[in-house]
Design a protein around this ligand. Structure first.
Ligand code: FES
Length: 124
């Protein structure tokens, strides 16, 4: 069994590593992976983000997954969060749309307005 001092050292080291990792992250891409998201095609969307970022050698964007975002009918849903915590929600995503979001939003800082939840709601 580890002593309190050893555990404290492990905790400190883990916290240091986490803060180093977080400093390296410029943006986060969060893909909704609830059952409805997966059924609507979230996996190829997530793979497209990972492949496109790798292909472009972008290492400061982290791709993660989350569960229910609360809007099944708009899945696959992807949130892109910048370093200030500002979030853009993209809906009805596809692999092709994911590649465009990487090129325009993540690389050039231009939000793909036509894929956002706001544009989708306007078209109803
Ligand atoms: S179950 Fe579909 S968004 Fe929650």
């Amino acid at each position: 069994m580890k002593s309190i001092t050893e555990l404290e050292a492990i905790r400190k080291k883990a916290l240091e590593q986490m803060s180093v990792r977080n400093q390296d992250v410029r943006m986060r891409v969060v893909v909704g992976m609830a059952t409805c998201g997966i059924a609507a095609g979230a996996r190829p969307v997530m793979n497209a983000f990972l492949e496109e970022l790798k292909r472009r050698n972008i290492n400061d964007v982290k791709v993660t997954m989350t569960g229910c975002i609360g809007a099944c009918r708009l899945e696959p849903i992807v949130e892109v969060v910048d370093e200030k915590g500002e979030k853009v929600t993209y809906v009805k995503m596809t692999a092709e749309k994911a590649a465009r979001v990487v090129a325009e939003h993540i690389v050039n800082g231009r939000v793909c307005l036509d894929y956002t939840i706001g544009a989708e709601e306007k078209n109803k």
